[in-house]
Design a protein around this ligand. Structure first.
Ligand SMILES: Nc1ncnc2c1ncn2[C@@H]1O[C@H](COP(=O)(O)OP(=O)(O)OP(=O)(O)O)[C@@H](O)[C@H]1O
Ligand SMILES: [Mg+2]
Length: 245
């Protein structure tokens, strides 16, 4: 079943078509990579799905129902959570509070604060952040801040998680840890769409890859199909087309 679908989705910034007539789907349980050169429209597409922006034309459906036109908090409560390319944590708050906010804000109304604390502790454990639970979030390393954003997103109990460049700026050890985390999240049954420039991660984790270029979808296929696509190699992968970079 398609958990997420887009049909003819278009968004302009002034005269620039940042996302241009893009149709796509994501199946339940899939991990889909969204790749493309800088400025291709990847983050804009996330912003359209999560309702940070509204498309000019086209329709976005989640579990068969149109969602464009809803507010971001409604999208979140339907079961779509996201992280941000530039982390947007609550830096002054302790790590655990960042996650508790996700739990308390999520789809289950009337969750007790004790339950929210229990859930937050479980998620911090899952994400390997228990040791820093009471540190101010701004004191964490970038890798840990990114994990915290994932924990906060998971606290809203999404069925679809969208990760915007989770791996960017991480060192090799952190990268491998982040890849393992994404795999663990998928094993819990969460569908994932991940924007990523780190091809090693994309090739290793994704079932399918969608490629954007200048706002248009130029490829959609298995990692192997995409890595072998002449168009994709020309506009994006280039020398990295052995997918090892
Ligand atoms: N709020 C905005 N106002 C005006 N232009 C924007 C805005 N957001 C994005 N753009 C432009 O839209 C295009 C797509 O940007 P977007 O951030 O979606 O690209 P991206 O594929 O995520 O790139 P990157 O890999 O660098 O993150 C770019 O040309 C960008 O400058
Ligand atoms: Mg981006």
């Amino acid at each position: 079943m398609h958990i997420l679908e887009g049909e003819g989705v278009t968004k302009y910034f002034g005269g620039l078509a940042a996302v241009s007539d893009v149709s796509f789907y994501v199946d339940e349980g899939e991990v889909v990579g969204l790749i493309g050169p800088n400025g291709a429209g990847k983050t804009t597409l996330f912003n359209l799905i999560s309702a940070a922006l509204e498309p000019k034309t086209g329709e976005i459906r989640f579990k068969g129902k149109k969602i464009n036109g809803l507010k971001p908090y409604q999208i979140c409560r339907l079961g779509i959570a996201r992280t941000f390319q530039t982390v947007k944590i609550f830096g002054n708050l302790p790590v655990i509070e960042n996650v508790r906010i996700g739990s308390l804000f999520g789809p289950f109304k009337g969750l007790s604060t004790a339950d929210a604390t229990r859930e937050a502790n479980e998620l911090l454990e899952f994400m390997g952040l228990s040791d820093v639970a009471y540190a101010p979030a701004r004191d964490l390393t970038l890798a840990h801040q990114k994990r915290l954003e994932v924990a906060r997103a998971l606290a809203t109990k999404p069925t679809l998680l969208m990760l915007d460049e989770l791996m960017a700026g991480l060192n090799q050890t952190e990268l491998i840890e982040a890849m393992d985390l994404v795999k663990k999240i998928r094993e819990k049954g969460t569908t994932i769409v991940m924007i990523e420039h780190v091809m090693k991660a994309i090739m290793n984790i994704c079932d399918r890859i969608i490629v954007l270029h200048h706002g248009k979808k130029i490829a959609d296929g298995t990692p192997q199909e995409v890595a072998n696509s002449k168009t994709v190699i020309e506009v994006y992968l280039g020398e990295a087309s052995d997918a090892g970079n």
